[in-house]
Design a protein. Structure first.
Length: 407
């Protein structure tokens, strides 16, 4: 008899953003004239910057000429992009990461989901609550958890992120976890962690021989000096951390698809006899077996982000989104809502003092504005909604007006 992977029956019927998309489609179908403004999923709205567009056009021309044509590329990414990423994202900031420690991919979501394949099924996992659902669901699918009871999976350690800890939990709550997923600036709360807070995690991981999976997808939004852009700014992090980077929010690549993962040389996990096993060759093996690389055209586009024009143009777009967030935060605060996030993040985390799905439905039905209910990110997200700053200025101002009327 053909058996299915029964771990799938433990997970919620649909992925959070799929469930939201269903509700939005149903609302649109029932109200065909409604002009819905989407501040739910963190999907960019502003077009690719000039530097990227030019580089991609040129790359298309390369592919059109026999002498410059590229077929399969290296699975780990082209050297031209790995070298730029290691230089600009790390070495220019005084961080020791080499080009051959960078693995280019089609985005951080896939890498965050795939990385767990490198680890035993008995590893103990700690995640934030609320949390980006990919970290949890991929481990559920792999069979590392028990059933979901009352909104939490058996076998996972949840690190509650709430106002009492400034939405940044410390390692005290991680118990005997072998792996902890950290994401800063955080999705969904928008919170940022200080260097001292991250250093505590790094020290904890090195003491315990645990691993930090650090999702830095939103680092380009950091504006406050001194807030780390990378876990490798902390002493000792090369020995205990893998980092995920994304060009999605940095440069509007949600549709283009490109990101990378950093796996430092010398980073190890352990075989059952206690002997250390390097993770970088394992990730290389995994990628060369299951992935054929991001396209040449995409990687040429990503390379252009690192040119002086690319850096200035992508920064300007992020500043634009941050201003959207500032305007919405100001308006919601004036209405009496406690809002965290924004400032160094595209997400606002709003305390709605009530049921988050009800609040989501109210804004959808009465204001035609889509947000994300906090409960979708975990039990501790109940009572909040997440608002994304990714939209046009006109839509953001219109959404603010509509929300003001409804609330
Ligand atoms: C989000 O809205 O949380 C993100 O856009 C989802 C993602 O990056 O996959």
């Amino acid at each position: 008899m053909l058996h299915v992977n029964e771990n799938y029956s433990k997970i919620q019927a649909s992925y959070l953003f799929t469930e939201i998309a269903h509700r939005v489609s149903a609302h649109q179908a029932a109200n065909p004239d409604a002009k819905i403004i989407r501040l739910g999923i963190g999907d960019v709205t502003e077009p690719l910057c000039d530097a990227v567009v030019k580089a991609m056009h040129k790359a298309v021309d390369d592919e059109a000429a026999r002498e410059n044509f590229h077929g399969y590329g290296p699975e780990q990414g082209y050297a031209f992009l790995r070298e730029k990423a290691s230089k600009v994202d790390f070495q220019d900031r005084g961080i020791d990461i080499a080009a051959d420690e960078i693995f280019i991919s089609d985005g951080a979501k896939c890498d965050c989901g795939n990385i767990q394949e490198l680890f035993g099924n008995d590893v103990k996992i700690a995640v934030g609550d609320p949390v980006y659902p990919v970290y949890v669901d991929t481990n559920v699918m792999a069979g590392r958890t028990g059933a979901n009871e009352g909104g939490r999976y058996g076998g996972l350690t949840y690190l509650t992120c709430d106002a009492s800890n400034g939405f940044v939990p410390g390692p005290e709550a991680a118990g005997d976890a072998d792996i902890v997923y950290l994401c800063y600036p955080n999705n969904p709360t928008g919170a940022v962690a200080t260097k001292a807070q991250l250093q505590k995690w790094v020290d904890w991981a090195n003491d315990r021989k645990s691993l930090i999976l650090f999702d830095a997808a939103y680092e380009a939004f950091i504006r406050t000096p001194g807030i780390p852009h990378s876990i490798y700014e902390c002493e000792g992090a090369r020995k205990c951390a893998i980092e995920f980077r994304s060009y999605s929010k940095t440069a509007g690549f949600t549709g283009v698809r490109c990101g990378y993962t950093v796996v430092p040389k010398g980073l190890v996990a352990f075989a059952s006899d206690g002997s250390p096993v390097e993770l970088r060759p394992m990730w290389t093996r995994r990628q060369t077996t299951k992935f054929n690389g991001a396209s040449y055209i995409t990687q040429r586009g990503a390379e252009a982000i690192y040119s002086p024009e690319g850096q200035a143009q992508t920064k300007a777009t992020i500043d634009f989104y941050l201003e959207n967030g500032r305007l919405m935060k100001e308006a919601l605060s004036a209405l009496g809502y406690e809002v965290t996030g924004g400032g160094n993040s595209p997400y606002l985390w709003v305390n709605v003092k009530g049921d988050s799905w009800e609040f989501f439905d109210k804004l959808l039905k009465e204001a035609n504005v889509v947000t994300t209910p906090g409960a979708g990110f975990g039990k501790a997200g109940e009572g909040y909604i997440r608002i994304s700053s990714f939209n046009s200025r006109a839509n953001v101002l219109e959404a603010v007006e509509r929300i003001r009327k409804v609330l």
